[in-house]
Design a protein around this ligand. Structure first.
Ligand SMILES: [Fe+2]
Ligand SMILES: [Fe+2]
Length: 274
């Protein structure tokens, strides 16, 4: 069982965002903006799935995971709120969020179904966010001279994603979720996640007027496929999920723990949300 702390981030998200807030780089800004656009609806889905998953466990297991699930819900609810504020600025910049309604449409397929499907989807997404988070913490210098408050927001979110990466997986297993569906949903989520992320990034760039600039594609190629690129460095941890004996706790979380320790002045601890 993991002890999860809910933190309130001490940053100002009222001040408007510069158009290319991520180090003046159009691609990186559009890419992170796309990710953020998916968070509030996605994270609400994770919260509901884990909360409903806990309810179907035998009483002894409910007792075992109750505090951890409360911590998970508290962390994701805080992420959802902060990214909602961030996304409000994107809306004011005229960027259309097409991804969130697509997620909401897809979520309808789970209405009235076995909660283990939602748990498998959540566990798959949590693996994605955990490996992305570890990559971001390891390559935080690649956010360039982005505003410190925004860098803090992304790295805080990353640290907490890494911190709670086992919760949905453990609840899925505790609820009797099997290997076949765990992997089936992981394959599907990989496809949905990457295609939707790419699509929303392109939409953001098109709206920004920077889609067909050479510098945008150069930055994208280096950020995704370069020596320290996202795809290049996360491929191996992504593949680990297919192992029958995989458990997310094996993945090193030193960077997350270090960030939370070194940046304690950037947040207050508020305990677990109900
Ligand atoms: Fe989150
Ligand atoms: Fe998460």
């Amino acid at each position: 069982m993991t002890e999860l702390v809910v933190r309130r981030l001490l940053i100002d998200l009222e001040a408007p965002l510069p158009r290319h807030w991520c180090g003046g780089d159009a691609f990186r800004t559009a890419f992170f903006n796309a990710l953020s656009m998916s968070f509030p609806v996605g994270e609400q889905f994770f919260i509901d799935s884990v909360r409903d998953g806990l309810k179907v466990l035998p009483p002894a297991l409910q007792e075992k995971y109750k505090a951890e699930v409360q911590g998970f819900i508290g962390q994701e609810a805080t992420h959802r709120r902060i990214h909602g504020l961030f996304n409000g600025h994107l809306e004011k910049q005229g960027l259309p969020n097409d991804w969130a309604p697509r997620i909401q449409e897809k979520m309808k397929m789970f209405d009235g179904g076995d909660v283990r499907h939602r748990l498998a989807v959540t566990a798959a997404n949590e693996h994605f966010t955990a490996i992305l988070a570890e990559w971001m913490l390891a390559n935080h210098d690649r956010m360039g001279d982005c505003e410190p408050r925004l860098k803090t927001m992304w790295l805080w979110h990353s640290a907490e994603e890494s911190e709670h990466k086992t919760t949905a997986f453990d609840i899925y297993r505790a609820a009797g979720g099997d290997e076949e569906w765990r992997l089936k949903w992981f394959r599907r989520i990989t496809l949905f996640f990457l295609s939707d992320l790419l699509r929303q990034t392109m939409t953001n760039l098109r709206q920004d007027g920077t889609l067909w600039r050479w510098s945008t594609w150069k930055s994208g190629a280096s950020y995704l496929f370069g020596q320290r690129g996202l795809i290049r460095q996360t491929y191996r941890p992504w593949k680990e999920y297919f192992r029958a004996d995989f458990h997310p706790r094996e993945q090193d979380d030193t960077l997350s723990r270090n960030w939370l320790r070194d940046n304690a002045a950037q947040y207050t601890r508020v305990g677990a949300a109900a």
